[in-house]
Design a protein around this ligand. Structure first.
Ligand code: GCO
Ligand code: MG
Length: 405
């Protein structure tokens, strides 16, 4: 019997932050869920799905996941880019969810079964200054984390990526219409970051894995300098040292430092990542399930990476929903070269809308053993949290010139 796609619904909700959720219903009554969230551009993905892909999806065979992927990728002249790929990513996730539910097995079983018992995870520690940051790291250790990303303020700057002043939880997107502005000072950052990271390593000892995100702010020679300066800190990785466009320039960074590099959270396809992987200009590929075309396409990216001894370490901020997180964990359990999963955590209201079966224990995550992805989305609860616009900030240099945020 062919399992036909009967209905496609797109739900934009805001339980603490905005999410776009795709619901696919089949002729035999199965429901699959996909995450289509693109931070600050939510409605464009919702429209792409609702207005352009959904009409062509209704009536298709729900079991033909790979064919459907190609139908919306190769079958579309204007392809690639975050909006199109997040839409395909959501469809792909929802179809894997349906296939798992139809078979009565968790998706990781369909991907080849578990290659590990649990997935190492890292979370974020933030502090405006070193004492605050050390408190935050200590709190994460009490929660059991074995790997922590550390970000701090920079003297002379008011706002810095990854940190808030005071006790507020960091959330990059700010409510309101249009982006907030930040001022950035590369010299101050380059002077300050090594001092902070050395102080953290000194305080925590050798074992805790420490990570740091530069968030696309440096040019290659600045990145090389920072990498060299941080070698004694023994970072697990240094992330997004340069903007991702000029990939061959990463060769210069590699010539100067052996610091492990992680890149790729803004990539949408294997073709965005192929030079970095095949020239081995990175150690970790950071693509998110939703933003790079779903489980089917991430498997291909990770397979290419495996050949070149590059490890998978998907993006897991608060702006990918628990559906994406779950899909990432099913991949994590079944992918040999999967290294670590970022887990930033969610606002409390997220739990009212997304019921997830993945679990955290002692620094590790597991997707759980529910059929499919193991996430149920409560539409009635979601209706209580209507969308309201939110945008990522922008950054300017001290003289007012636009900078990569
Ligand atoms: C990370 C990321 C995020 C991004 C955010 C943008 O490594 O977790 O850099 O914090 O800034 O996902 O929407
Ligand atoms: Mg990042």
């Amino acid at each position: 019997m062919t399992r036909v796609i009967d209905a496609v619904d797109v739900i934009v909700s805001s339980p603490g932050r905005n999410f776009v959720t795709l619901k696919i219903t089949t002729s035999d009554g199965l429901v699959g869920w996909g995450d289509a969230t693109l931070n600050g551009r939510e409605l464009s993905v919702a429209s792409y799905l609702r207005d352009h892909l959904a009409p062509a999806l209704v009536g298709r065979d729900a079991d033909r996941i790979e064919d459907t992927w190609n139908y919306f990728y190769r079958g579309v002249y204007w392809r690639r880019g975050p909006v199109a790929m997040a839409s395909i990513g959501a469809i792909d996730m929802a179809l894997w969810d349906i296939k798992g539910k139809a078979a009565g097995v968790p998706v990781y079983q369909l991907l080849g079964g578990a290659v590990r018992d649990r997935i190492l995870t890292y979370t974020h520690a933030t502090g405006w200054d070193v004492p605050e940051l050390l408190d935050s790291v200590a709190e994460r250790r009490v929660q059991g984390y074995r790997a922590v990303r550390v970000q701090s303020g920079v003297p002379g700057l008011d706002k810095v990526y990854g940190v808030t002043k005071g006790a507020a939880v960091y959330e990059p997107a700010g409510r309101g219409v249009g982006p907030a502005e930040e001022v950035w000072d590369t010299s101050a950052y380059l002077r300050h970051a090594p001092v902070v990271l050395e102080a953290v390593r000194e305080a925590v000892g050798p074992e805790l894995k420490l990570l740091h995100d530069v968030h696309h702010r440096l040019n290659p020679i600045e990145a090389a300098r920072l990498g060299k300066a941080l070698e004694p800190v023994d970072l697990f990785w240094l992330e997004d040292v340069t903007p991702a466009e000029n990939q061959m320039l990463l060769r210069a960074v590699r010539q100067h430092t052996t610091i492990p590099l992680a890149i790729g959270e803004v990539f949408n396809t294997v073709w965005d990542a192929q030079q970095l992987i095949t020239e081995r200009l990175i150690d970790y590929i950071r693509v998110a399930v939703v933003h790079a075309g779903g489980i089917s396409h991430l498997r291909k990216i990770f397979a290419l990476a495996e050949v070149f001894q590059v490890k998978a370490a998907p993006h897991g901020p608060s702006d990918v929903s628990p559906i994406n997180m779950s899909a990432s964990l099913h991949l994590g359990l079944s992918t040999t070269n999967f290294a670590i999963q970022e887990f930033m955590g969610y606002p409390a209201q997220v739990g009212e809308v997304f019921h997830s079966s993945y679990r955290y224990d002692d620094g590790y995550l597991h997707p759980g053993d529910e059929p499919g992805l193991g996430i149920e989305f409560d539409e009635a609860a979601a209706a209580r949290f209507p969308y309201s616009p939110a945008y990522l900030p922008i950054a300017r240099d001290l003289d007012g010139t636009m900078k990569d945020w």
